[in-house]
Design a protein around this ligand. Structure first.
Ligand code: THU
Length: 126
C-alpha cells in the first residue's frame, strides 16, 4: 500500500469522527507489520477529558485484535496545520513501535513524514 492510499483511508475514517464539541474531525489509518490496516476517528465526550483521538482509536482496534507491531500511521484532518499526533498519542504509539513512520496531512493532498522517535525522543518505558 502506498502512503497516499493509507492517507486516503485516514481521510475516509475522519468522516466518522464524533466531534460535537470541537468540530475538528480527525482520521487515522495504522498499518501493522503483517500489512493489515485499522482505521479510527476521534470520539469526543461531554466530559472532555474522556475524548479519544483518532490515532489511539486505530491503535486500540489493532491491539485488541492481537496486533502489536506497526509500520506506519497516517493522520488526516481538514486543517490549516499539519495534523501531528498529540503528546499522549505519541507515548501511546511508542509503547508498541517507537520507530514507526508517522504521516501527517493537512487540507489538500500534501503530507509530511516523521519517524515517531523524532517526534518523541527518550520515550518513557520500564
Ligand atoms: N485530535 C485527534 O484526534 N488527533 C490529534 O492528533 C490531535 C487532536 C482530536 C481530539 C479532539 O477531538 C479534537 O481533535 C480537538 O482537539
Amino acid at each position: 500500500m502506498t502512503d497516499r492510499e493509507l492517507m486516503s483511508m485516514a481521510r475516509e475514517a475522519s468522516m466518522n469522527a464524533y466531534v460535537p464539541y470541537s468540530r475538528f474531525a480527525v482520521g487515522a489509518a495504522i498499518e501493522c507489520s503483517d500489512g493489515t490496516v485499522y482505521t479510527g476517528c476521534n470520539i469526543e465526550n461531554a466530559a472532555l477529558g474522556s475524548t479519544i483521538c483518532a490515532e489511539r482509536t486505530a491503535c486500540v482496534k489493532a491491539v485488541s485484535d492481537g496486533k502489536h507491531d506497526f509500520r506506519r500511521i497516517a493522520i488526516y484532518a481538514d486543517s490549516q496545520n499539519w495534523c501531528t499526533p498529540c503528546g499522549a498519542c505519541r507515548q501511546f504509539l511508542a509503547e508498541f513501535s517507537p520507530n514507526m513512520e508517522v504521516l501527517c496531512a493537512k487540507a489538500g493532498s500534501r503530507y509530511v513524514s516523521y519517524k515517531l522517535s523524532e517526534l518523541l525522543p527518550h520515550t518513557f518505558n520500564y
